[in-house]
Write a protein that binds this ligand. Sequence first.
Ligand code: SDX
Length: 392
Amino acid sequence: ETGHITFDPGFANTGSCQSAITFMDGEKGILRYRGYPIEQLAEKSTFVETAYLLINGNLPDRSALTRKSVMLNDFSLLHEDMKAFYQNFPSKAHPMGILSAMLNALRSFYPELIDLEEDLNQTFLRLISKVRTMAAMAYKISRGHATVYPRSDYSYCANFLHMMFDNPVIPYQMKDDLVQALNVFWILHADHEQNCSTAAVRVVGSGKVNLYAALSAGISALWGPLHGGANQAVIQMLESMHREGFTPAQVIEKAKDKDDPFRLMGFGHRVYKTYDPRAKIMKKMCDKVLAILNIKDPLLDIAMGLEEAALNDTYFQDKNLYPNVDFYSGIVLRAMGIPTNMFTVMFAIGRLPGWIAQWREDALDPNQRISRPRQVYTGETIRDYIPIGDRK
Ligand code: SDX
């Protein structure tokens, strides 16, 4: 009669499940999508090919890849009323809030989420294509620029840069190695086992809700600064160091202060207790993208100084705190000209195939059950009702 239930770790961990999609070893810093090491995919694959791998389980052959690429371009346009829907948001609305709402709205314009495999594949491609278009359209509308339509001769990533930055006044100079850098950026973000937002997609999806609503939940979960919002928070941290002249030592001390809610953004990870393998690749990409664009970003020097100070500090060493994927990613996006408030949208576009693959893994599992975490009850034991006149 203590009012407590027996604690069963199996129930209490919302995200605990079996999955054949992504493998992580947090001690060794290993990340593989369907068995392929992230380092090989970042070097040799494209985002569209990696999305196909995550969702379907194997690398596509040439004809499948060509077919999917054509379909991604075919699906890239939006209903005019989708644009009208977007334009009703206040100008200060955060793009992540808009994206989450638009995902659910998309269901109303494309209700044909049918359970048959081939239709699901159409829906997956439609989502991967339209979320990219929505992001680019949101950027253009926020700047009062005309929407730029995708080109059928451009790849998925090239079309994103085209839709974001091209305009008749100053035509965008497409650079192949920048397109490749965007492919790598989205490959690195494509999936990550049962992280907060993926767990949200699976938990919401387990109630047999439609895919659009489950993805909308994933986008909302990703938004937070402890999760996908960290890339925006890292840049804001580095900018304040640049503006106020805070030294790495000062920032490290502030991050260690238990009475201060400040955390070193872009550092630490629930699973990785060593360097995040994605951060290693992202750090190299910083140098590459800045060189392509001939940019000298003082924030990169500040970030590297901060990393060195943290890695040499016993607090961070004892707690196994290393840079994660978000520590350098914002510098890459900033160099590309992506506005800071769209950094997490960029993370969401990359993570979409992973969410879809994880939702699909449950949706196609005949034994899948609704997620129902349990708890350890710490409240009052049983007591009788007190009439209002007798309450103190
Ligand atoms: C992502 O799960 C995923 O896979 C996520 C992700 C993905 O691809 O989906 O990898 C993407 O979300 C990366 C993480 C981005 N967030 C940040 O960079 C925010 C800063 N990081 C921290 O808030 C934290 O490290 C988390 C949120 C990432 C992890 O939180 P945990 O696992 O709950 O770790 P914790 O808070 O229990 O920390 C353990 C200890 C604590 O100290 P003690 O209570 O033991 O004394 O380490 C300290 C924390 O105070 N700590 C930090 C710190 N991170 C942890 N102290 C200072 N700065 C930090 N960044």
